[in-house]
Structure formats: C-alpha cells, structure tokens
Design a protein around this ligand. Structure first.
Ligand SMILES: [Cu+2]
Length: 409
C-alpha cells in the first residue's frame, strides 16, 4: 500500500507540473487571434494598419495606424455576413480605434485618408481548438480527479490507481501526438477551395491616360480571374500588403515601391507623381489566397518636361561576394546601413533588382548582419547589368539606396 501511495503522490505532482506548462503553440492557426498588418500608400504617405487579433466575439476590434508622417484615418467596419457596421477614427501615434464586431467571418474595413478611400477585405477569425485537444484535456481532468480523490481518501485502491494511470497514458499519448494531428480551422475562416485558383490577369492603366511630369495621376491595376474573367478579389496579405507595386523609369533613375489601395473589387489604385518624361515599367507582386505568388507587369508613358526631383537618393556601396558575380550562381550582397535597422514590412531589409531591359525583376529579403548591416543572397539568371535598390527603415524613416552591378557569364 505504501508503494501505491508513493506512486500516487508522484503522479499527482506530475499532473500539476503538466497543467502548469504553457499549451503547445499551434503554428497553423497563428492567423486567428494574431494581429493583421496591412500597409497602404496614400497620397500623404505610407500607413500601416494594425488590426488586432480577437480571441472571441462579440468584442471591440482595435485598429491602430503606424506611419512615419502624421495621418488621420476615418474607419468603417462592415460585416459581409449581416451588413452590420461600426465606425471610428485613428491617428498615427494615438490610441487605436475600437470597432464593434459581432460575427466572425468576412468583413470589409473602409479606410479614408483625405479624399482617398481603400476598402480592405479581411476575415475576423477566432481560434478554435481541435476535437483531439478536448480528448487530451478530458483525459488530464479524469487523471487529476482520480488522483485527488485518492489523496482525499488517504488511500488508493488498485482500481483507482489503474484508472488514473490509463487516463494519464491517454492524455500523454494525445499530447505527444498533438504536433502531428490536424489543427482546428479557426472560427470564421474561408471554406477551403478544392484545388488551387487560377492566376490573375492584370492590366495597368493610368488616369489621365497620358500623365504629365510633376502632376499627380492614378496608376490603376485591374485584376481578372484567368478562368472566369471576373474580378479577382481574394488577394492574400503577404509581407504586410495585398500588393507590392514597383514602378521604375526605363532608364532606372526613378524608383517607387508603393502599396496600392483597393478602390473596388479587383481594382487597385495608387496616386503617383513622376519627375521625368519617358517610359515607366510597373511590376505588381500579388498572391491569391490558396494560390501561388505572381508578378504582373505593365508599362506606361509620362510626357512633359523634366522636373526637379526630390527623390534622388544616395548610392549604396555594397560589398559583393564573389566580387564579380556570375549568372546562375548565388551572390551575397552586404550593405552598411545608416543607423540601427528597424523592421519594414516585417523584414529587416528589402532589395529589388531589375535587369537593364526590365525583362527580369527580383525581390530579395535581407537578414540583419549586425545592428547596422544587411545581407542579401540571390542568383541572377542572365549576364548583364542589373539595377538594384536596397530599402530599409532606420530612425523611423524608409531609406532607398540604389546601386548597379555587372553579372558575368
Ligand atoms: Cu512592398
């Protein structure tokens, strides 16, 4: 009996230890309950909306604005399930807006800055636990109750002991298998498509049709489903934006990296002003939900006379390894940064590389090589001259530093 009582105490202690451990992280449902960051380029500058994750509904959804420059946002949240609305406002550096949410599922956040409006579709997700976690929790509970019962009774029958052991074994087995069992779909998530979705077809246009140097115009990207021709309205937020748009002058002197607004289903738009006349190349990186990433390209002409350009950037002086890069094999590029690196779009550094003719565009992410250095590794497909722009945030500012490199055969 002594031996059984000893084992019982040991089991009771083990049970308490397991209960006090943090629940294992389930990476697949990290979307539910996690913050959603969406970056948008308004005329006044770039603003990142931080939509706080919820653990339950109904609740107040907190929406904050982050930006280098001051901006005030009018917000309206609409449930696409029942049409219920809630509105508020948020300013950079101020407390978040609190918008009332009653349902999980599809919503649209309408954001107005000045006279521009972006409508951001997103899903309110609430984490839900998988059925097997209930089995595990139940088994732990039974083990504990039997053990506590035994302690209170100051003795433990063999029946109680074997019951507790069996329940404990079930609980531990399920816990160990946990990482291999399917995670629960968060409440409010979209039904899974049976197969991947077709690529989007993109067409770029400008308004007015012929932009003039120094004057604001709107660059528009219309997205249509490759199979049905209907507007593509299911872009996944990747690297903190539904779309990343790079505009370069054909000669590579002008570079813009912006995040267009969704002005209607399948329509993305951004206001630009360009200083030099000539041909410009546009590249949009998008990713449909449950589909792959893709790059859409287009071109447009700007007329007029050259204007003074305030966006002229200092040139980066990178160190390359090997010093003479070769087509088809990796090159490591290290850039010293001006000041301590801060995350921008969730990454320490970004680099956009374009072939001189514009046929090839690559987007690489850097790792921090110390507090004030960035390291990129990429492989360029063809020999020739490449134009590159390193972008990173330091001192609360986004810096763009161009350089060029020759790639040998
Ligand atoms: Cu981007």
């Amino acid at each position: 009996m002594k031996a059984i009582n000893g084992a019982m105490r040991l089991l009771a202690v083990a049970w308490l230890v397991v209960l006090s451990l943090p629940a294992p992280a389930r990476a697949h449902v990290v979307q539910a309950g996690a913050d959603l960051r969406v970056t948008q380029t308004f005329e006044t500058g770039e603003v990142t909306l931080v939509i706080a994750g919820l653990s339950q509904v109904p609740a107040a959804l907190r929406v904050a604005a982050e930006a280098a420059d001051p901006a005030s946002l009018q917000l309206e949240l609409r449930s696409l399930t029942d049409g219920s609305r809630s509105s508020g406002s948020a300013s950079v550096g101020q407390d978040p807006a609190a918008l009332w949410v009653t349902h999980t599922g599809p919503h649209e956040l309408r954001v107005r800055v000045g006279d521009e409006v972006s409508m951001i579709p997103f899903r309110v997700l609430v984490p839900e636990s998988a059925p097997w976690t209930m089995v595990m929790d139940g088994a732990f509970l039974v083990t504990g109750l039997l053990l506590v019962g035994g302690v209170l009774a100051k003795s433990m029958s063999r029946l109680l002991m074997s019951g507790a052991s069996a329940a404990g074994a079930v609980a531990v087995t399920v816990m160990l298998l946990g990482p291999y069992l399917p995670p629960a779909q968060p409440e409010g998530s979209a039904p899974q498509a049976e197969s991947g979705r077709p690529y989007a077809q993109g067409s770029f246009s400008t308004q007015p049709a012929r932009p003039v140097t120094g004057a604001e115009f709107t660059l528009i990207l219309r997205l249509a489903d490759g199979a049905t021709g209907r507007p593509v309205d299911d872009l996944a937020v990747h690297h903190e934006a539904p779309a990343h748009l790079v505009v370069t002058s054909e000669n590579g002197v002008i570079f813009r990296h912006v995040h267009p607004l969704r002005t209607a289903p399948g329509v993305l738009a951004v206001r630009l002003s360009l200083p030099y006349p000539g041909r410009y190349l546009a590249y949009a990186e998008i990713e449909r939900q449950q589909s792959g990433g893709q790059l859409l390209t287009g071109a447009f002409e700007v007329s007029g006379t050259a204007q003074p350009d305030a966006s002229v950037q200092e040139v980066a002086m990178p160190s390359l390894t090997p010093p003479a890069p070769v087509a088809g094999s990796p090159v490591t590029i290290e850039v010293a940064t001006e000041g301590q690196i801060q995350l921008w779009l969730g990454m320490p550094g970004h680099m956009v590389v374009r072939s001189r003719d514009g046929a090839h565009l690559a987007h690489a992410h850097g790792t921090a090589a110390g507090p004030s250095a960035l390291r990129f590794t990429l492989t360029l497909p063809e020999p020739g001259r490449y134009l590159a722009w390193v972008q990173y945030a330091a001192g609360g500012r986004l810096l763009t530093r161009p350089f060029t490199m020759e790639v040998d055969r």
